[in-house]
Write a protein that binds this ligand. Structure first.
Ligand code: SF4
Length: 491
């Protein structure tokens, strides 16, 4: 229903997964496409099947190894492979206490009490009927959910937390109930709860009134359901909210813009707020073409390891990196002091690391690979060294690492040039104003400039003619020049 009504956070759902962020469902709805059904009856042809199966055996062996040997000294959720195993794990102390959720600006440091632990664990064990996988995958990232009398549905990833934390409802039963309705409607579980929380904030601030929310229940749970129903149908205030926080804030006016503090590039809602600026995340948030951070981060540890022993242990077994020097970056990275965030990794190092992560996401997208098996994980089974062999054996393409990197780079620069044509410039490349409490404007500018230079882009974030020609995309440079976006190939 959300897609048909072109809700900006409409998702594309299928039985065991969903394409959720950034409103793919709205595009289908706009084109009046209800569903895409594919039935394959032919054989699958591989160019060099023996070679392909040999490579795949290596991948399978690694998956089995990782499943029985989780990465040490990182959060449980980061220690394995696949989508975050949120349907399996019940301990949410770290996720609920370490940052502000939803559209909120407050961090609930003492949220995870013994009572919450007991009641959430019971609720999850009651709701999860069994863990399920995507077709032919051993990872079981999702779960078949049925909470009391709700119809069965599939859930995975962080939806279990996003609605509860955004609504300030401390009962996990609420999550299972609202997720069922949200899945039926087809909306993204990251941005949608924040749109609802934004409406509640406006109501509490007196910017929206009972006239805007006629008949809306007063309790936290009830009003989230009420608002969700209206957003997906575009009824009343729901019609304004369905365009997302950025546009809704400007339409509502009367100070509502100040509550739009969590949006990137007018569309995506970040799920959390944090303390000190992280230079890698700054670059990923600011410059990613897809906006959504979950489609960008992954292979780099989320924070420095406290001891040298832990760092040495982490880098010892790390074949996924594109360059050995990354190991030294991890060894030198401290929790505090000069070699800590926000100044370390340095801007040139951050550019290299971000370039690697975005490259892997680009390859996954083009290959149709689940990023839970590749770019979204620490130490995944598919990486830059085995990918070319697998693609080559499957398709017959003569492909080595340099060739694959060039293809990914062409894709990245084409996306960028397209977005430049649509108007994206340096001024748009910034995370939400208060995503981090402590910001460093000069460093942020340096990070952007260094990254642009590394990518072969000009100071406004536009690929230069030289870069585009290097990638056999001279015709794109011609187009950008014709439109006055590039001048003299550079500025
Ligand atoms: S790893 Fe990916 S393909 Fe496998 S079950 Fe998890 S989400 Fe599905």
């Amino acid at each position: 229903m959300a897609g048909e009504n072109r809700v900006f956070t409409a998702s594309i759902e299928q039985a065991r997964s969903s394409a959720s962020r950034l409103g793919g469902g709205a595009v289908m709805g706009d084109k009046k496409i209800k569903a895409v059904a594919i039935r394959g009856t032919g054989d699958v042809f591989l160019a060099r099947p023996e070679e392909f199966m040999k490579e795949l055996q290596g991948v399978t062996d690694y998956i089995n190894f990782r499943n029985t040997n989780p990465i040490k000294d990182v959060m449980t959720i980061m220690s394995g492979i696949g989508s975050p195993q949120e349907m399996l794990h019940t301990d949410e102390k770290w996720h609920t206490e370490n940052f502000a959720w939803g559209n909120a600006r407050t961090r609930r440091r003492d949220f995870w009490t013994d009572e919450i632990d007991a009641s959430w664990t019971k609720s999850q064990h009651g709701a999860v009927k069994r863990l399920i996988s995507c077709f032919n995958c051993p990872q079981h990232c999702g779960a078949l959910i049925s909470h009391k009398d709700t119809p069965r549905y599939m859930a995975k990833c962080f939806g279990k937390l996003t609605y509860a934390m955004a609504a300030y409802v401390d009962d996990l039963d609420f999550s299972w109930k609202i997720l069922q309705r949200a899945t039926e409607y087809g909306v993204d579980s990251f941005s949608t709860p924040q749109i609802l929380a934004f409406a509640v904030e406006l109501y509490e601030a007196g910017i929206l009134t009972d006239k805007d929310l006629p008949g809306c229940p007063k309790d936290n749970e009830g009003r989230f359901f009420w608002l969700l129903d209206r957003v997906v149908r575009r009824e009343g205030i729901g019609d304004i909210l369905a365009d997302g926080v950025y546009f809704a804030a400007r339409k509502i006016g009367n100070g509502a813009e100040a509550f739009d503090h969590n949006t990137i590039k007018k569309h995506e809602q970040l799920p959390v707020k944090l303390g000190t600026l992280d230079p890698l995340y700054f670059l990923m948030y600011a410059t990613n073409e897809k906006i959504s951070i979950t489609q960008m981060e992954g292979q780099w540890p989320q924070s420095a390891f406290p001891t040298m022993e832990q760092r040495e242990e982490f880098v010892r077994d790390w074949p996924q990196i594109p360059d050995e020097k990354f190991k030294q970056y991890v060894l030198d990275w401290e929790l505090r002091g000069e070699k800590a965030i926000p100044y370390y990794p340095t801007p040139p190092m951050c550019s290299e690391i971000v370039d690697w992560m975005e490259m892997m996401h680009n390859i996954d997208d083009a290959a149709g690979m689940c990023c839970g098996m590749s770019s979204f994980c620490l130490k995944p089974p598919y990486h830059i060294h085995n990918y070319p062999k697998l693609i080559s054996a499957a398709t017959g393409m003569d492909l080595d690492e340099a060739g694959l990197k060039k293809i990914a780079n062409r894709s990245r620069n084409l996306h960028r040039a397209y977005n430049n044509r649509k108007g994206i410039r340096r001024k748009d490349e910034k995370p939400p104003a208060d995503h981090w409490k402590r910001r460093f404007p000069e460093l942020e500018e340096e990070l952007l400039s260094t990254y642009y230079k590394y990518k072969g882009w000009n100071d406004d974030g536009i690929p230069t003619r030289e870069k585009l020609e290097e990638l056999d995309l001279g015709y794109v440079a011609d187009d950008l020049e014709k439109r006055g976006i590039l001048k003299n190939g550079k500025n």
